[in-house]
Structures are given as C-alpha cells and as structure tokens.
Design a protein around this ligand. Structure first.
Ligand SMILES: Nc1ncnc2c1ncn2[C@@H]1O[C@H](COP(=O)(O)OP(=O)(O)O)[C@@H](O)[C@H]1O
Ligand SMILES: O=C(OP(=O)(O)O)[C@H](O)COP(=O)(O)O
Length: 396
C-alpha cells in the first residue's frame, strides 16, 4: 500500500488526531462489545509510546446531527481507559471550546476522546468548515477507522485537505492486507452471505457482488424485502418499499445464484428493549401472517445454507440471519457461524464483516475459528466490490 504509514511519522510531542471507529453497541451506559476498541489499541499505544498527544474521534450510531445521550461516547472512554490501563480524558463536544480546552490540557502520552462526531450534521455532510475545525485541533492526522473507510465524511475525507501529514494506522493496513490477499483472486466456490437490517446500504452491493460469487445467500431483514418483491405476504417484517424494484431486478439477475430462506421464525411481537419476542412459529415462505413478522430463518433454511457454506472455499459473511440479540431468534445466525467454522476446517477462507456479525460470532465464542473477523461490514463489502474507499484514498 503506497500510503504514509503510522510508523513513518515523527510524532514526538506533536498532537495527533486519530479517526477511529468506536461505533460499538452500548447498553445501560456500558460497552457491550469492545472488539473495535481492542482493534484500535496498536495504533493508540504506538502514538502514546512515541510521546504524542493523542486525540481520538469517532461516531456512534446515526444520531442525524442531534445530541442523543444514548449515543454518547462517554462509556467508550471508560472502557478504553480499562483496556489501555491509563486515563482517557473526555471532551463533551468534538469542536468548539470543549474540544480546544481539552486538547490544550494534554501532555505527551496523554489520550483524549472527543464526543460523537455525528452530533453535528456537518460530519456526514463532509462540511469544509467543520473539517477545518477538526484539523485545527492537531498537527498530524491518522486514520484507523476501517469500519468507516467507505464514508467520505469530514473526519475521514474532508480533514485530509487541511492537515499536512495524513497517515494510515495499523488496523486499516491489517484489514486491507488480509482482504486484498483473500479476495483479489478468491478460491472457489465463493459464497457471500448478506443479512442484517441495513437494507438500503447493502442491497446495492448485491448487484456488484453477483458476478463475482458462485452463491449469494440472503437472510435477515434483507430477505423480507426480496420475499415481498416476489409478491409474498411479509406481514410486519422489515422491508424497504423503495428497494422493491431493485430486489426484483436482482432476483432476475441472480437466478441460479441467489439462495433465499424457505422458512422463517415468525412472531407477533418484537420487544427489542426487553430482549423478548411474543408468539413463536416456524412458517414457510408463503405463510407469514399479516400480523406477524419474520425475526429469524427457520431450520430448513439453516440446513440449506449450512450445506452450501460448508463446502465453499471462500466465504464472506455480512449481517446476521435474524434478531440475534434475542436468544429466541438467534439460532439461524449461530448456525451460520457454525457453518463458517466447518468451512474453515475444510480449508476455506472465511471472513466475517460488520459490527453485528462480528458481535454475533464473538457471542458464539467462534471468532478465533474463522479466518478473519473484519471490523468493517459496509467497508469490507465495498472493498470486495472493487470500490475505492474514500477514507483510504484521501491519505498521504
Ligand atoms: N429479520 C429481521 N428483522 C429485524 N431485524 C433484523 C432481522 N434480521 C437481523 N436483524 C437485525 O439486523 C441488525 C444488524 O444489521 P446490520 O447493521 O445490517 O449488520 P452488520 O452490523 O453485521 O453489518 C441486528 O441488530 C439484527 O437484530
Ligand atoms: O458499523 C459500521 O458499519 P457496518 O455496520 O457496515 O460495519 C460503521 O461504523 C459505519 O457506520 P454507518 O453505516 O452508520 O456509516
């Protein structure tokens, strides 16, 4: 990779602003899964050891320009301090006096985390003035937010126009090295599994993936949009109406390659807050009732998918098969995780991408039994598509 690398910058005594992806699940004021924090430690530790003043910035969730307390990064600072074994200061805002004062208080080797970038709409708008304000906080910039590298936002792209040295951190390099070697000429059969809830973010990717893969498995909330596109009843299941025409087109394009669930776990009530569902019944693809929603794939689909996954030589998995955060609707996701482990044991290269898929495989205790758990879902998919990642392209 012909990019300025963190090991090539002289940062002693300098203020270094680092874009990390600390978009992690937070519940009741505590970090539920700290994989993305641990993945950023090599870069942070390197800068601390070199005597830099380290300013970390990240987004969490999609607060759409509003200050949303549940999406504060404060709990992340607490967990990061535990992982680093040293204090992590926290600034209540990522720009303005709260940020500039906190930066002014730093001594070499200190670490500061700024509040959620997306509390300002200017971040996702890639606003020039906002990017300048972020750049003005530091002497050097490092990007190590692989999970956000596919976004051209102020902290990943705009900022690089206002700061001289923009280096790549250890995590981005590690991810690109691994994904590059596994996916440039993938071993076949090549199976991609797409699930989860970010339908509009991922459905466009499917079109680009189809020519590259031998099988495309679709599960999770994503499957329901396809089911509806086939003219079937999906009740209250997750669906993005405006993507129905595209789903129809993809079904045609992907004939013989796309594998959809043939049965689902249907329920009349999903209570995400209390991690509970109401009634539970396995139903065929034609039998989701009007007042029900599909929250997981059923046993027949699980078997169908597992049979295909286990004999694949390259597998990319992005997005859970159901609402895996609730035990009753987690079976399909964990069965796919098991199938990936079998594929790995059979000599395949298996890659899990996406915050929630990574959390699922960790929850199943299988993260070290697959080839690579990427910290980026959308980012790894866009890389797989062959797209340039703006957060990487913009580096020196
Ligand atoms: N059938 C479904 N209905 C509603 N939500 C679902 C369904 N299947 C999966 N999900 C939800 O999708 C979320 C993860 O989606 P997404 O962000 O796209 O995945 P990833 O972070 O792995 O890229 C999880 O919170 C999960 O509960
Ligand atoms: O979690 C992320 O993406 P992912 O779920 O595709 O891995 C990244 O933090 C990017 O978040 P975004 O999709 O809200 O820009």
């Amino acid at each position: 990779m012909n990019k300025l690398f963190i090991e090539e910058i002289d940062c002693k005594g300098k203020t270094v602003i680092v874009r990390v992806d600390f978009n992690v699940p937070v519940k009741d004021g505590a970090v539920e899964n700290d994989k993305r924090l641990r993945a950023a430690l090599p870069t942070i530790t390197r800068l601390v050891d070199e005597g830099a003043k380290v300013v970390l910035m990240s987004h969490l969730g999609r607060p759409k320009g509003q200050r949303v307390e549940a999406m504060s990064l404060k709990p992340v600072a607490t967990r990061l301090a535990e992982l680093l074994g040293k204090p992590v200061a926290f600034a209540d805002d990522c720009v303005g006096p709260a940020a500039t004062d906190a930066v002014a208080n730093l001594k070499p080797g200190d670490v500061l985390l700024l509040e959620n970038l997306r509390f300002h709409k200017a971040e996702t708008d890639n606003d020039e003035g906002f990017a300048k304000e972020l750049a003005a906080l530091a002497d050097l910039y490092v990007n190590d937010a692989f999970g956000t590298a596919h976004r051209a936002h102020a902290s990943t792209e705009g900022i690089t126009r206002h700061i001289d040295s923009c280096a790549c951190g250890y995590l981005i390099k590690k991810e690109l090295d691994f994904l590059g070697s596994a996916l440039t000429e993938p071993k076949r059969p090549f199976t991609a599994i797409i699930g989860g809830a970010k339908i509009s973010g991922k459905i466009d990717v499917i079109k680009a993936l189809l020519p590259k893969v031998d099988t495309l498995i679709i599960g999770g909330g994503m499957a329901c949009t396809f089911l509806k596109a086939m003219g079937k009843e999906i009740g209250n299941s997750l669906c993005e109406e405006e993507k129905l025409p595209l789903a129809k087109e993809l079904l045609e394009l992907g004939k013989g390659k796309i594998l959809l669930p043939t049965d689902y776990l249907a329920t009349d009530r999903l209570d995400f807050e209390n991690r509970a569902i109401g009634s539970q019944a396995f139903v065929g693809e034609d039998a989701i009732a009007k007042d029900q929603m599909a929250v997981d794939i059923g046993p027949k689909s699980t078997q169908l998918f597992a049979d295909r996954i286990e004999v694949s030589k390259t597998v990319v998995w992005n997005g859970p098969m159901g609402v895996f955060e609730i035990d009753a609707s987690a079976k399909g996701t964990f069965a796919v995780a098991d199938a990936l482990v079998k594929a790995t044991e059979n000599g395949g290269t298996t890659i899990v991408g996406g915050g929630d898929s990574a959390a699922a495989i960790e929850k199943a205790g299988l993260a070290d039994k697959v080839s690579h758990v990427s910290t980026g879902g959308g980012a790894s998919l866009e890389f797989l598509e062959g797209k340039k990642l703006p957060g990487v392209e913009a580096l020196s």
